[in-house]
Design a protein around this ligand. Structure first.
Ligand code: PRP
Length: 174
């Protein structure tokens, strides 16, 4: 039977998310910013991150959906838009919020898609990154944790849609 091993406990996640929120608050002081979460994995990170940003900032939230085809644990490199944003991006400062930057294929696809809509600026935030697995040259501007090549679940991350609700980031040991 599979068991879960805690890799990043909830307290460390909360502390790091608050640091990212403080950094974003400084970088965007005096501006409105739109957080764009990539469904579904980034939903929990985005909601926590939004609440650590200085309340004086005009923060808006939107979500975009993509699916990548492949096996449960690896993406095939083919990305499709499954849900578009509800508002236009022209002239808006945007932070694209991802739970994990793995091969980079998803963020690269989304970056091109959103840049074509001419935002005032576009930054990338990823809670986790696995630099060893990168197939596309792309870097996040805000990174929570750099991570070994292990399959993580929890805090939004799933395995076959399960475990997204775990408060800690965990490894599934078979
Ligand atoms: C995960 C993650 C990123 C993508 C990163 O999404 O949320 O969107 O994979 O991988 P990449 O850098 O190799 O492109 P997933 O397809 O598991 O969907 P989910 O967010 O709904 O769990």
């Amino acid at each position: 039977m599979a068991h879960l091993e805690v890799l990043i406990p909830r307290e460390r996640i909360a502390q790091r998310v608050a640091e990212l929120g403080a950094e974003i608050s400084r970088d965007f002081a005096g501006h409105a910013v739109l957080l764009v979460g990539v469904l579904k994995g980034a939903a929990i990170f985005l909601c926590d991150l939004a609440r650590t940003i200085d309340p004086a900032l005009d923060v808006r939230m939107d979500f975009i959906g993509v699916s990548s085809y492949g096996t449960a644990k690896t993406s095939s490199g083919e990305v499709q838009l499954t849900k578009d944003l509800s508002e236009p991006l022209a002239g808006v400062h945007v932070i694209l919020v991802e739970d994990i930057l793995d091969t980079g294929v998803t963020l690269h696809f989304l970056k091109q898609l959103l840049l074509a809509r001419q935002p005032a600026s576009l930054k990338l935030a990823a809670l986790l990154q696995k630099p060893d697995r990168r197939k596309v040259a792309i870097q996040a501007d805000y990174v929570g944790f750099t991570f070994p090549d292990e399959f993580a679940v929890g805090y939004g991350l799933d395995h076959a849609e399960r475990y997204r609700n775990l408060p800690d980031i965990c490894i599934v040991r078979e």
